[in-house]
Design a protein around this ligand. Structure first.
Ligand SMILES: Cc1ncc(COP(=O)(O)O)c(C=O)c1O
Length: 243
């Protein structure tokens, strides 16, 4: 499993929440939990060595194992790596991909390295000039992006798919839900046609407007609710780097 976070002034943002989710993912995988203190120590050492880092990733695996799908019983492997921060367009074009997220799958809610479906979907998005792909789930409801959660303003209400849609409990999504009035409800993909604005959230984007969904251009990007969400998130970051 893994966690990716932005680095602000040499600090990994919301590290405590990311470590909590890493532990949740390890538990869901039936793996030994990672040792938080060991990870914090490794994160500090890696950030010391790369003062310009903009992004940090923690990967925790079950370690050396046999060929095949069974696991070895050895100690886990911890990898902490940094790179420059991501640069996202001010407003993004997203592609609604043809593959479904399985909201009944074994990995729902876990942030594991089994991301090959995301790789394909993102490639399909890039081929269409988009920076993110969105999935619907097997029920046909909107779920999430390859590395993002999605929010829409429909009839003046800010809505986002519930965790039961199969989406990841994004740290950015969670923080925003604590800061703003958001309704978690099933969202049909065609609600984009009557949404006044929409945005994506992720640890490297924070809050980023959606300008179009395939050929459908949204009325405003960023619209007023997106701007308010961006301001609320910026305020939160200014208050604490480990909210
Ligand atoms: C599948 C998926 N959904 C949503 C998100 C957004 O989560 P977060 O805000 O914690 O970055 C991610 C993050 O990479 C993700 O991989």
């Amino acid at each position: 499993m893994f966690e990716t976070m932005k680095v602000v002034d040499g600090t990994a943002f919301a590290l405590t929440r990311h470590l909590r989710r890493l532990r949740f993912s390890a538990d869901g995988m039936g793996m030994l939990p990672p040792d938080d203190e060991r990870i914090r120590h490794a994160v500090a050492a890696v950030l010391d060595a790369d003062p310009d880092a903009g992004k940090l990733r923690i990967t925790w695996s079950s370690g050396v194992g046999p060929l095949g799908s069974s696991r070895g019983g050895g100690p886990g492997t911890l990898i902490v790596a940094t790179e420059a921060g991501s640069a996202w367009p001010v407003a993004e074009a997203v592609h609604l991909c043809r593959w479904a997220r399985n909201e009944h799958g074994a990995l729902v809610g876990l942030k594991t390295t089994s991301y090959a479906e995301n790789v394909l979907a993102l490639e399909a998005a890039h081929d269409r000039g988009c920076s993110e792909a969105l999935f619907a789930n097997t029920a046909g409801d909107l779920c999430e992006g390859t590395g993002t959660n999605v929010f829409l303003v429909v009839d003046g209400e800010l809505v986002t798919p519930p965790l039961s849609s199969g989406c990841l409990a994004g740290v950015t999504r969670e923080l925003l839900l604590e800061e703003m009035a958001v309704t978690e409800r099933s969202v049909a993909p065609d609600e984009f046609t009557r949404s006044s604005e929409a945005f994506l959230t992720s640890s490297t984007r924070d809050v980023n407007a959606i300008a179009r969904v395939d050929d459908m251009v949204l009325p405003e990007a960023p619209g007023p609710v997106t701007v308010a969400a961006q301001a609320a998130f910026a305020d939160l970051c200014a208050r604490s780097l480990d909210p």
